[in-house]
Design a protein around this ligand. Sequence first.
Ligand code: SAM
Length: 285
Amino acid sequence: MTTDSKAVVDQAEAYYDSDDADNFYFHIWGGEDIHIGLYETPQDAVGDASHRTVAHLASHLTLGANHRVLDLGAGYGGAARYLAKTHGCHVTALNLSQTQNQRNRELTAAQGLADRIDVVHGNFEELPFPDASFDVVWSQDAILHSAKRDQVLREAFRVLKPDGELIFTDPMQSDDCPQGVLQAVYDRIHLDSLGSFGSYATLAADAGFTPIATDDLSDHLVRHYTRVGESLRARYDEICRLASQAYVDRMLTGLQHWVDAGQAGHLAWGVLHFRKTRSRRRGSK
Ligand SMILES: C[S@@+](CC[C@H](N)C(=O)[O-])C[C@H]1O[C@@H](n2cnc3c(N)ncnc32)[C@H](O)[C@@H]1O
């Protein structure tokens, strides 16, 4: 993996802060949620399917008004608002992009949830929170952007209370993905690997976590990238007025790379769920 992790973080920040990306993700990817959706039919709207993922992830947890949740790479804060509204939790939405954080604050205030959601600018590799401050660490399709995925999981472990839970989704490569077939996919995130179910299980165990559940939902990845591409093509002229045509064309090519790699069985996506058991495993780093 690329070793210049600061450059990777800077690139992710500049990318998500750009008007091109902001307009594309806000208007096409799903509005409040910018992750892979769960599809009941291939024609489902991207936003509806993406919203379903949030509810699905939440169904893995028992949440209440006294729970403090930290969302890593929170985007526009769709999950934070769902959790605050549906379960009454207090959510800290940590995110690198100030452009997204601004939209998050506006949407949160408009929905009357500002007292239950803090939007914090930060890097999930170096969390600006004390040890043992959250009941749940949550993340959707964000950790792929890190060159230090091991450190992200160690930070999640550190800020969780004893018995706290880490739950996340991530676009991943399959555990048996051959070398050299994903370069076009890696190029889009400026890295030279993705996580996988197996590599995350190892990193989580090294950080001290105990596994709770793994939910392989890889079938939805191809459907989602196909659907986002279809939506973008259908609204091409409109989006080209909001984002540059060069960006939109690059995005269409990039989405097709993900569809092709997914259809070839090289990609994976799903839920990974772990617990910070009270006594940390001996020998873990
Ligand atoms: C695909 S978006 C997902 C956003 C959100 N989780 C959602 O599902 O709607 C990836 C997010 O990761 C954030 N991100 C990338 N690298 C990050 C880092 N090092 N620290 C914090 N956030 C990061 C981006 O700003 C972006 O909001």
